[in-house]
Design a protein around this ligand. Structure first.
Ligand code: HEM
Length: 461
C-alpha cells in the first residue's frame, strides 16, 4: 500500500502502529521538510558537475553525512527533553539540468515549473532578467547542498567534509551563508525587523497538538509537501519535495522610508506610527497580528496565529498586507480548501550582517540599502500550484483578493499602478484616500528550483 498522503489526520510519526510504507518513507525522507531543522548558521553550496558518473559518486558519498526525517524528529524530541544537541543538517537538492547531467530522464517528474528551471519562469513570475542576477546564479546549477546547525563550528566542519568529497570534475559555482537574525527577545526576525516564520503548515501530530486553533487550523496533509521520488527504487514509499530557492535582497532603508511616508500620509503620530509598517506586513514587528490588535501586544507573550480574515474587509488588516496576500486564510473570496492547497513549508534564512539594530526605530538613513536579505526557501508538492501560484496569482496580482486590492507591498513584482486604501482608524468603518503602493524594496538576485530526493535514491547512485 503506498503512503497515504491525503490522510485527513496529522502524521503520528512515532506511533507503533505505523504501516511499513510510511515507516520506510520517514527513514528515507530528508529532514527539514516535514519539520524545520535548526539552521541558525547555514551554508549553501551550489554545485556544477562536468562529469555525470563523478557527480553520482559525490551525491552517494554525501549520504554518510545525512540523516533521515525520522532521525531528525527523534533528535528534536531528545533535545526538548534533555537539551541534548542534535547532529548537523545536510540536505541535497538536484535541479532538472542536474538530473540530465547525471544521465537520468526527468519524464517521471510531474512538476512543469521544475522541468523548466527558474530561469525560464521569469515571465510567469515577473522576475528581473537573468542577466541582472548575481553571476553564480546565471550559471548552470546542478545541485545544492544545505548545511545547517545551531552553532557555527559544526557547519564549518561539515562544509569541509562536503568539500572533501567533491571530485575534481565538479565546481562550487556559488555559495551563500545564512545567519539567523534575532530581536531583543531572541525571536527570529527578517531584515525589515519583523518576526518571521511564525505561520507554517504543520504536518505532524505532536506539532498540531501544540497549536490547534478555533479560527485557523495549521494542519495540512502530507500531499502539500511530499511528492513521489520517481527515480527511487520504490517511488510509492520513497518521497521527496520540490525546493524553491530565491535570493531576495532587501533595501531596508527604502522600506523603512516607505513606512515613514505611509505613517505621514495616514496622519499617524507617536506610538501609532508603528501601524503603518504593520499595515504593509499584516503583523507588527513583534509579530502581533493586525487582524487581532491595533497595538503591538506580543512582547513577552506567545505570538498569536489563531485568526482568520472572516468579517474583516480590511478595516483591521488591509487586504494588501503581505501575510494576507500570501495566505488569505478563509477570507471572503478564497475558500479554505483552495487556500489549503497553496500553503508551502517556508524554510528560509536571513543573510548579511548589520551594524544597526534591525528592530528599533532608528531613522531610515541609518539602514542598509543592500547586501542583506532573505535566502527564501520553501518545500512544495507542486512548485506551480504553491510557490508560483502565491507569487503570480496572489502577490503580483493587484486584483487579489478583490479588484483593486493592490500588489503585495513586500514581495509583489511588476508595475504597481493600482493604489491601495487603508483604514483611517484601526477597526473603523472609514477608509482613507487611495495611496500609491509603496515602492518595491525586495529584489531577486538569483535562484533555482530543485527536487530533494529520497535517501534511497541517493544510496542507489
Ligand atoms: C524578503 C522577502 C520577504 C520578507 C521580508 C517576508 C516577510 C514575512 C513576514 C514578516 C511574515 C510574517 C511571519 C509569519 O506569519 O510567519 C511572512 C509570512 C509569510 N510569507 Fe513572507 N516574506 C518574504 C518573502 C515571501 C515570499 C517570496 C513568499 C511567497 C511567494 C512569502 C510567503 C509568506 C507566507 C505564505 C507567509 C505566512 C502568512 C500566514 O500564514 O499568515 N514571503 N513573511
Amino acid at each position: 500500500m503506498p503512503v497515504n498522503l491525503s490522510n485527513g489526520k496529522p502524521l503520528a510519526w512515532d506511533s507503533p502502529g505505523l504501516d511499513a510504507d510510511t515507516k520506510a518513507m520517514l527513514d528515507n525522507l530528508q529532514p527539514n521538510i516535514l519539520q524545520a531543522h535548526v539552521r541558525e548558521h547555514l551554508s549553501v553550496l551550489f554545485v556544477h558537475f562536468d562529469d555525470g558518473p563523478d557527480g553520482k559518486r559525490f551525491l552517494r558519498g554525501l549520504v554518510a553525512l545525512m540523516k533521515s526525517a525520522r532521525k531528525h524528529l527523534e533528535e528534536v524530541r531528545a533535545f526538548n527533553k534533555t537539551q541534548a544537541p542534535g547532529t548537523p543538517y545536510v540536505g541535497v537538492g538536484i535541479s532538472k539540468l542536474g538530473y540530465l547531467k547525471l544521465g537520468h530522464s526527468t519524464t517521471g517528474f510531474t512538476d512543469n515549473a521544475f522541468k523548466s528551471g527558474l530561469k525560464r519562469r521569469k515571465d510567469t513570475l515577473s522576475d528581473p532578467p537573468v542577466s541582472s542576477w548575481e553571476a553564480p546564479y546565471q550559471k548552470e546549477i546542478h545541485a545544492v547542498v544545505l548545511i545547517g546547525d545551531a552553532t557555527e563550528a559544526p557547519v564549518t566542519a561539515t562544509r569541509e567534509r562536503v568539500l572533501a568529497l567533491l571530485p575534481a570534475s565538479a565546481t562550487i559555482v556559488g555559495e551563500e551563508t545564512g545567519q539567523g537574525l534575532r530581536n531583543a527577545q531572541g525571536r527570529g526576525i527578517e531584515h525589515f525587523g519583523y518576526i518571521d516564520g511564525r505561520s507554517q503548515p504543520l504536518f505532524l501530530a505532536d506539532q498540531v497538538a501544540e497549536e490547534s486553533g478555533h479560527n485557523w487550523t495549521p494542519f495540512f496533509p502530507l500531499s502539500h509537501v511530499l511528492a513521489a521520488d520517481p527515480l527511487a527504487p520504490k517511488p510509492s514509499r520513497h518521497m521527496g519535495s520540490y525546493l524553491v530557492f530565491r535570493k531576495l535582497e532587501q533595501n531596508v532603508r527604502a522600506f523603512r522610508q516607505a513606512e515613514e511616508d505611509l505613517a505621514d500620509g495616514l496622519g499617524l503620530a507617536g506610538a501609532d506610527r508603528a501601524l503603518a509598517g504593520a499595515m504593509l506586513v499584516g503583523r507588527f514587528r513583534n509579530g502581533t497580528p493586525l487582524r487581532l490588535h491595533g497595538k503591538p501586544s506580543s512582547d513577552g507573550h506567545p505570538v498569536q496565529n489563531d485568526f482568520s480574515y472572516r468579517d474583516d474587509l480590511g478595516s483591521k488588516c488591509p487586504v494588501s498586507a503581505h501575510i494576507r496576500k500570501a495566505n488569505p486564510r478563509d477570507s471572503k473570496d478564497g475558500g479554505l480548501e483552495r487556500i489549503l492547497g497553496v500553503m508551502m513549508a517556508r524554510r528560509g534564512q536571513t543573510y548579511g550582517t548589520r551594524t544597526d539594530t534591525p528592530w528599533d526605530d532608528a531613522p531610515p538613513q541609518t539602514r542598509p540599502t543592500g547586501g542583506v536579505g532573505l535566502l527564501f526557501m520553501a518545500f512544495n508538492a507542486s512548485l506551480q500550484a504553491q510557490f508560483e501560484f502565491t507569487q503570480q496569482t496572489w502577490a503580483d496580482n493587484p486584483d487579489f483578493p478583490a479588484e483593486g486590492s493592490g500588489h503585495d507591498p513586500v514581495t509583489g513584482q511588476g508595475k504597481r499602478d493600482v493604489k491601495v486604501v487603508f483604514p483611517k482608524v484601526w477597526g473603523g468603518d472609514e477608509f482613507g484616500s487611495p495611496q500609491p503602493q509603496v515602492p518595491q524594496t525586495v529584489t531577486l538576485k538569483g535562484g533555482e528550483y530543485f527536487f530533494m530526493p529520497s535517501l534511497a535514491y541517493l544510496k542507489s547512485l
